[in-house]
Design a protein around this ligand. Structure first.
Ligand code: FES
Length: 229
């Protein structure tokens, strides 16, 4: 996570960036939203009682465009939204889903919160760390994978689980499943969304609450962790 810049006066140094030692990653001429993106931002701003409400979407757009959110990109998002930098910075640094540092092509958020921890969340985290040769918070030297240890992702019924780059959930993890997942991601293959079958829905949709999913997991007794912290 980036440090809160030390600022004075209007909050910016003479080079226009927060903090005296900070070297921007992106040049000024790269820091623009094109016409289509600007129009989209204006639409979002009009959908909230005050423009502040649009900042999360603008930051998300900026992350998709630039890959992550260094201070100059947060500043661009703040300017496009029409709010102070400090406000945008507060939002960007509150949520782990906004990347303040450059990450790997795939970011694996491994849940080690209570339910996942009891069902082997740390076993999965350590397996991944060993396999990729990095520890939580680090990125592989080929830039392919970043591992992050995260709090509950709301899929405790599929514990232990992880999320791939703010998107797909992979649940009921085992070492074999991790191996298959890493291979699929390296080869650019899609990772199927997995929906949990709930016993009480067995008569309806084969137990699946979602009608648009073919990849359905059967409920099973939860595994027991070897490692609990
Ligand atoms: S504890 Fe892991 S998803 Fe809830």
């Amino acid at each position: 996570m980036i440090e809160l810049p030390t600022t004075s006066g209007d909050g910016y140094q003479s080079n226009g960036y927060p903090g005296s030692a900070y070297e921007p990653v992106f040049a000024d001429n790269e820091l623009v939203f094109d016409e289509k993106e600007s129009a989209q931002i204006e639409t979002w701003k009009s959908q909230y009682p005050t423009v502040d409400g649009a900042i999360m979407r603008v930051l998300w757009l900026a992350q998709e465009k630039f890959g992550f959110l260094p201070p100059e990109v947060i500043r661009l998002a703040a300017k496009a939204t029409g709010i102070p930098y400090a406000k945008a910075y507060g939002v960007a640094t509150f949520y782990t889903q906004y990347f303040k540092k450059k990450k790997g092509r795939h970011v694996l958020d491994v849940c080690t919160c209570f339910s996942c921890q009891l069902c082997g969340g740390f076993d999965i985290l350590h397996y991944l760390e060993e396999k990729l040769g990095i520890t939580s918070g680090e990125t592989t030297s080929d830039g392919e994978f970043t591992i992050q240890q995260v709090e509950c992702l709301g899929a405790c019924d599929g514990a232990p689980m992880l999320q791939v780059t703010n998107g797909r959930y992979v649940m009921q993890l085992t070492p074999e499943k991790i191996d298959a997942l890493l291979d699929a991601l390296r080869e650019g293959r899609d990772v199927a969304f997995e929906s949990m079958t709930l016993p009480q829905d067995q008569d309806e949709m084969g137990g699946n609450r979602r009608s648009d999913v073919t990849n359905v997991l059967e409920s099973r007794p939860a595994p027991v962790s070897k490692t609990i912290k």
